[in-house]
Structure formats: C-alpha cells, structure tokens
Design a protein around this ligand. Sequence first.
Ligand code: HEM
Ligand SMILES: Cc1cc2nc3c(=O)[nH]c(=O)nc-3n(C[C@H](O)[C@H](O)[C@H](O)COP(=O)(O)O)c2cc1C
Length: 478
Amino acid sequence: MALTISAHEVSKHNSLDSLWTVVDGVVYDLTEFAPSHPGGVNIILEYAGRDATAAYSAVHSPFFLTTLPPSKILGRLDTSAPLPAMWIATPSLPPLTADKPPLYTVISSHDFLRVALASFPLKTLAFVTGAATDLLTHRRNASAYADITLRPRALIDVSSVRIHTSILGHRVQTPIFCAPTGNSKSVHPDGELALGRACSALGAAQVVSTAASYSLSEVIDATKAASSTPHPIFFQLYVDRDRAKSERFLRAAAARGHLAGVFVTVDAPVVGKREADQRAHSDAANPRALGPVRGHYIDSSLAWDDLRWVRAIVGAEIPILLKGVQSAADAVRAVRAGVQGIVVSNHGGRSLDTAPASVLVLLELQRCCPEVFDKVEVFVDGGIMRGTDVFKALCLGARAVGVGRGFLYGLNYGEEGVKRFIEIMNDELETTMKNCGVTSLDQVYPGLLNTRAVDHLIPDSLSEEHPYAKWRPRQSKL
Ligand code: HEM
Ligand SMILES: Cc1cc2nc3c(=O)[nH]c(=O)nc-3n(C[C@H](O)[C@H](O)[C@H](O)COP(=O)(O)O)c2cc1C
C-alpha cells in the first residue's frame, strides 16, 4: 500500500457510483460494499469522500476492515497538506449525556438500568432498552418471574453454598452467562472485549454475536491475555443471505480452536418493529424510511434442514444450540434435529410482541415434553433482573440462564461494571439459595416453586391445534 492519496482526490469519490472513505489514515473503496453494508447504505454514504474514523470506530473494531478484499485498500491519506474544512466528520453518536454515579453506589440490576437511562446517548438507549411494538413480551418476561413464588425450606445448614455448574461440559463459576448482543461498542468503546475480560475473571460463559463490534478472534485474544483459565466462549450465528459469508465466519470460528459451541438464533428471521429505535433514527432526509436498517442481511429462508448445513461446516465435535425456542413443539423438533442444546428465548421481547414470557415456555416444556430436559441442555433468557429469577429458572430445569441487557448496563462502566453486575447477581443467587435451604445447584427442583398463578397460561399438550377453535380458511375460488 505505497500509494499516498490526497484528501482532495478522496473527496471526489463521494457518491454511490464511486465511494471512497478514510479510516485511521487508510483510504478504502467501498463502492461495491456499501449497498450490502449490514448497517445500511445511508450511513456509509454519509461518510463518502471524507474521513469516517470517528463514526466507524464508534461501532466497529478495526477487524471489519480487514475482511474487505485487498484490492479495496487504495492507499494512505496524504496528511502533509491541511485537510479541507468539514472533511473530518464528527461521529453520529453523541457523547454520554450525564455523569455516572460511582460504581460502588450501584447495588442492583435496577440501579444499573437507572444509570443507563440517565447516561446512554439517545440512539444507544433506544437500541438497548427497546423491544418490539408495545413491549408487552419484554415486560412480561420479567413480571412472569414475579408471579412464580418460592417455597423455602428451613433448618438446613446453608453456611456454605456453591453456584458453579457446567455448560455443555465446560465448568463455569456461575450459572449466569452473557447472552449475545450486537454492537456493544455503542455502550462502551471496549464492547465485547470488556464483557469477555469480566466473564473470564469471574468464570462466566460468554456468547459473542454475529453482529458484535469485535470479532470472536479479538475477544478470545483479549480474554486469554486477561486470565490463564479461559472461560467458555460461544459464537452466535445469524445466517447471512450470502450463505458463503456465514460459512467463512463459521469455519474461521471453528478453526480458531477455542469455540465452546454455536448458538443459531431462530427467533429473528426478520428484525422486530422496535419503535424507540425507529424514532431515535427518524430522519428528515429519508422521510419514508421506517427505521434503522438492522439485520437485513439475515436469511429469512432458514429452515430446519439447514441445521445439517451448519453441522457439516462446524464438524461433529462443536455443540450446536438453537437460540429462540418458543414452544414445546419446536423443542421436540430441535431434539430430533440433533442439536445439543436449546435456549428458550424470545430475543428479550425484541422480535415478536405478545409471544409468551420465556419462563412460561420453560413451564410448557416441563408439562408437554419433559423428556427434552434429559436429552439436551436447556437454557433460558429474557427478563432476568434478580438472583431469585435465576433461581426460579434453574428450579424449572434450565442448566444456566442468559442475560442480555443487564450485561450492557454493567458495560456502561466498562469491565469493572460488568464484573460488578455479575458479582451482584451471584450474590443475590447465593442469598436466595440460603434462604430456600439449598446449598448447591444440583439440589434445585420444581418443588421449590409455586407456579399456580401462571399454570392456567401453560398449554397442556404438544398439539399444534387450538384447544377448541377448529375453523380453517376455505379454499379461495379465485
Ligand atoms: C464508513 C465506514 C462505516 C461506518 C460509518 C459504519 C457504521 C455502521 C453503523 C452506524 C452501523 C449500525 C449500528 C447499529 O445498529 O446501531 C453499522 C452496522 C454494521 N456494520 Fe458498519 N460501518 C462502516 C463500515 C463497515 C464495514 C467496512 C463493515 C464490514 C466489512 C461493516 C460491518 C457492519 C456490520 C456487520 C454491521 C451490523 C451490526 C448489526 O447487525 O447490528 N461496517 N455500521
Ligand atoms: C441490545 C441487544 C442486542 C441484541 N443482539 C442480539 C444478537 O446480536 N443476537 C442474538 O441472538 N440475540 C441478541 N439479543 C438478544 C439477547 O441475546 C437475549 O436473548 C435477550 O437480551 C435476553 O433478554 P434480556 O435483555 O431481558 O436479558 C440482543 C439483545 C439486546 C438487548
């Protein structure tokens, strides 16, 4: 890359016909790439013909640029002459809006949420706290835990409790894992690296999203440097419409040699209608746009048979989990399809509003297909804010629980905040166990819960018919 290119030359390539941009002093030709940019073409166009370093670095690690074909790296920017005014664009993400209270004053996940509400930039706030349409599933994920009550046992020696367990053969120090979340750099510049370092320090498993700001490899490298005992790292897969791209990602992930498994997300064939996100991005320049372009690269034709394709790529050894199982019928199909684990999840209520709260689906599995718990490892996420929630999910057969937003609220304070979040949740779980007369996670079982307040909501058979409405559409005469 010997060529030096003047800012004046770059600025001529400022349209979709010829689109150059500069990141960290390197000039890239994004003409071919821009229309398929997973974050949408408009954001790239905004930086066409000028410097995009700040905007790029606000959401991405340097890794993504290395995935462009070498022919698209045109040269270095000539910085010997003064750069034109307005050439270096400011990032589209505004800085944090408020000072955060000291971390030691934050003592619960609700406190972390309060700090996020006061300090996240508007777009980040909408992205992280948002959910589909009326947020009913999002709220119900949490409130359903409150409807399930505990049945404590007394006079048991609980002076010492242990919360370690295993996930698909990997020992973890806590049953709480970091669920995959995209674009974590919008919360903190260290994004998934900080999540990884904190998980590694406290022995929690981590799932790295396809849409992560840092690549899986960067996360593995960062956490290896932080701790000598590696924590299990999983990769979450959104299958790309360009299947060859997903195949390359998966092969690279498998070849990296530190992959505990692949979570294939199945509850977001399209991105849900998240109105806070739409409002935060509404733009007079594109009045007809209905929201930020997210996930348009996801292949909505993905079907059960495609799991064989995933298996063929990752090989026989790496476990595959389905993330986003929302019915007993699909849990049974997943077992038949030969996966090693399922995650009962509705994407934190972000995909389909009024889908059932995930802990209720866990109960549905217990009622309609209990054998699933013996055949595969079952996990759950969505709405977990307290140690009591974790405990209840484990009593209902979850091997471990995922938390999405909570980790991001911790990440607001960087690695230390994530550590504090995990420690608070662990501490609450231990307190719950002691007060319920349980000293290790192999003692939890459904008898420690009263679920009567929600039992009437749980389907009572695997049948995919409505219990009494039998109407079917008539054949159209057209
Ligand atoms: C001018 C350079 C670039 C800028 C300013 C930019 C900015 C952005 C923004 C703002 C988003 C949306 C984040 C959100 O959802 O809030 C995004 C998403 C994304 N970008 Fe870029 N980007 C650039 C170049 C690239 C390149 C070169 C690649 C890869 C080769 C890339 C890969 C992605 C991916 C995978 C996502 C999707 C994340 C998701 O699914 O949410 N970007 N980008
Ligand atoms: C900001 C954000 C981004 C997310 N990104 C992804 C993703 O890239 N892939 C995925 O499978 N799930 C994603 N999820 C869903 C989480 O993995 C998880 O299912 C959900 O957040 C659990 O609910 P909770 O946030 O109430 O804990 C995301 C969730 C949030 C809040």
